[in-house]
Design a protein around this ligand. Structure first.
Ligand SMILES: *Cc1c(COP(=O)(O)O)cnc(C)c1O
Length: 391
């Protein structure tokens, strides 16, 4: 099983840990980059006498361990577990913490796939689900008081309206009724905010996004800060087996080494774009927490190191204009997903959020979501304004 404490990284600052935690050079050859252990099994020196504790790769693999140690260090948790996808991570976590009769309260704007997983897989097995606006603390207090949940599931910034929820306040509200407080930290990444330090119990990630950072690998992670939770999630990682492959774990580690510099640039590019697009006649609204006009501006300023690389815009011309805009930009490529070095544009209502159509998570049909990459910001702005001007 799983991850050790960050050794070489110790008390160093984030950017240093992002490069060194769990990444000690190979003791046999001196290779600076730890090798990819592309093996499913490990020779035993005698029955049950394992070298380095490794037996079979579903239970443990050194490359996966190096990623897990790195993730635990960056999120300030005691243990991290890596999975084949973000949803595999969420599924394993939920199996570890809920049983029939328990209920989950989640934000009414969480990732559509998270809602689908709970609504279509867990609810039929006897788990309760309700949603609430997590940015409205009174609404959350009322929801947890009327039916205390086992899990309070938070996502901030949220998708696609970039709502900001107060992790520290929500952790208190959740803990007061004995709930486990889970934060999906995919949009912010640990560079921008560390939920465990704000009181959350568990962090989940789609490492497919900013952590991997290059749109070339799928993965997910669960980070906890308790031995008890670590034991149950660790058992299910092994017992269910939705683990990341050694190669995927290695690619994710490679991405994480540049997380700090990438997210700085994603954030500064997104802020410049949000400012440049504000007031454009083809747009009704620009949703970016780094704009003073955004309702989450102040909270985001306190809770996050910068405002991130994601923003959305609402088109004055309605759904038709939104579709044309998404199909006209050239640097911003029309695709699902986010968090890679290349800019992407999406039409949530029929792409990322198609699975929540007709539910309380439905999104406006004139909305376009941008995942701002790290290209030259002037090129990105001309791509967007060119397409908007042509509408
Ligand atoms: C993409 C995403 C997920 C799901 O992750 P996969 O790696 O696609 O399984 C979960 N939460 C958020 C916020 C995401 O953006």
């Amino acid at each position: 099983m799983s991850s050790s404490t960050p050794a070489a990284a110790g008390d160093h600052a984030f950017s240093t840990r992002a490069i060194h935690a769990g990444q000690e050079f190979d003791p046999t050859t001196g290779a600076v980059v730890p090798p990819i252990y592309m093996t499913s099994t490990f020779v035993q020196d005698g029955i049950g006498n394992f070298r380095g504790g490794y037996e079979y790769a579903r239970g443990g693999n050194p490359t996966r361990d190096s990623l897990q140690t790195l993730l635990a260090s960056l999120e300030g948790g005691s243990h991290a577990f890596s999975f084949a996808s973000g949803l595999a991570a969420e599924d394993t976590l939920l199996r570890a913490i809920v049983k029939p009769g328990d209920s989950i309260i989640m934000g009414n704007d969480v990732y559509g796939g998270t809602h689908r997983l709970v609504n279509r897989v867990f609810v039929p097995w006897g788990i309760g689900l309700s949603t609430v606006d997590m940015s409205d603390l009174d609404a959350v207090r009322a929801a947890v008081a009327s039916a205390p949940p086992r899990v309070l599931w938070i996502e901030t910034p949220s998708n696609p309206l970039m709502k900001i929820s107060d992790i520290a306040a929500l952790a208190e509200i959740g803990h007061a009724v004995g709930a486990l407080v889970v934060v999906d930290n995919t949009f912010a990444s640990p560079y921008l905010q560390q939920p465990i330090s704000l009181g959350a119990d568990v962090v989940v990630h789609s490492t497919t996004k900013y952590l991997g950072g290059h749109s070339d690998v799928l993965g997910g992670a669960v980070i906890v800060n308790s031995e008890e939770l670590a034991a149950s999630v660790g058992f299910l990682q092994f017992g269910v087996g939705a683990v990341s492959s050694p190669f995927d774990a290695w690619l994710t580690v490679r991405g994480i080494k540049t997380l700090a510099v990438r997210v700085e640039r994603h954030s500064s590019n997104a802020l410049a774009i949000a400012e440049a697009l504000s007031g454009h006649p083809a747009l009704d609204a620009v949703y970016y927490p780094g704009l003073e006009s955004h309702p989450g501006y102040e909270l985001a300023g306190r809770q996050m190191r910068a405002f991130g690389g994601m923003l959305s815009v609402a088109l004055t011309g309605g759904p038709a204009a939104a579709r044309t805009f998404a199909e006209t930009t050239t640097l911003f490529q029309l695709a699902e997903s986010l968090g890679g070095v290349e800019s992407l544009i999406g039409y949530p209502s029929e792409m990322t959020h198609a699975s929540v159509k007709g539910t309380e998570l439905e999104v406006p049909e004139n909305l376009i979501r941008l995942s701002v990459g790290i290209e030259d910001v002037d090129d990105l702005i001309s791509d967007l304004t060119g397409a908007l001007d042509a509408l």
